[in-house]
Design a protein around this ligand. Sequence first.
Ligand code: BT5
Length: 255
Amino acid sequence: MNTESFLHEAAVPVALDGWQIWRHKEVESTNSTASDLPAWSAVRACTQRNGRGRTGRPWVSDPGGLWISAVLPCPGQRARWAGLPMAVGWALIEALETLGASDLRLRWPNDILVGNRKLCGVLVERYSDATAVVGIGINVRNQPESFDPLLAGSTVRLVDLMPGRCDLDWIERHVLRALRRAHERLSVDGFPGIADRLNLTWGASRRVELTLSGSRMPVRGSFRGIDHHGRLRLADDRGAVQAWSASDVSLFREI
Ligand code: BT5
């Protein structure tokens, strides 16, 4: 793990490729620390005491992983940015594959997996109308399964996919570039082009189960990709298709 970047613990940010990066040894959650920073700031920490996923689920953030949150400008209507988690996921996959990882896939709405093992999670939060905080957790050399035995068999690390060069500063740089690319694509082209592109990558339809927010009854069906607003399209057994946004769905499982 790189420790040299953290010697001057967040007294001043580091300037890199147009970003201002605040580096900490430990924070509660990099998303919370980034919540009142301006656009093109980022917060990275060696560990998080209280890293979180969607709907408050815990995110294991032990030493050796990349835990980073970046603040992106999101002007105009909120709906325009609804596809940000998926635009980010796609750009991250491209970046990690350039670095040498392979067989990565995006699972709606915000996971990057190899097979059924999770490499990376993305948590986008809006603390202001003008910006979004994009939190990214990537298992690199850390050992999440020894910190939480419930994760046994469900995670993968970059070091397992591309042994050798797994330097956190280097990965951070590529992640921040990927975020800029995702932001440019969304600003210039909008989400429909990204959705069409992602729909080509999802291949054969999978059976999935959704737990809807505020309901205990799961909904099952076949995954039919996403629509131009980033909503999941689910076909029931008669082929009728309904669209669900990520905020409607607290849990998404492939069955
Ligand atoms: C996510 O949520 O996948 C989004 C995770 C985002 C984490 C980053 S780290 C930097 C920034 N600061 C934060 O506080 N958060 C962001 P979700 O889809 O809800 O998945 C959460 C689930 O992933 C948990 O319930 C566990 O099952 C699993 N999990 C927890 N820690 C993991 C890890 N290190 N690797 C793989 N899976 C993990």
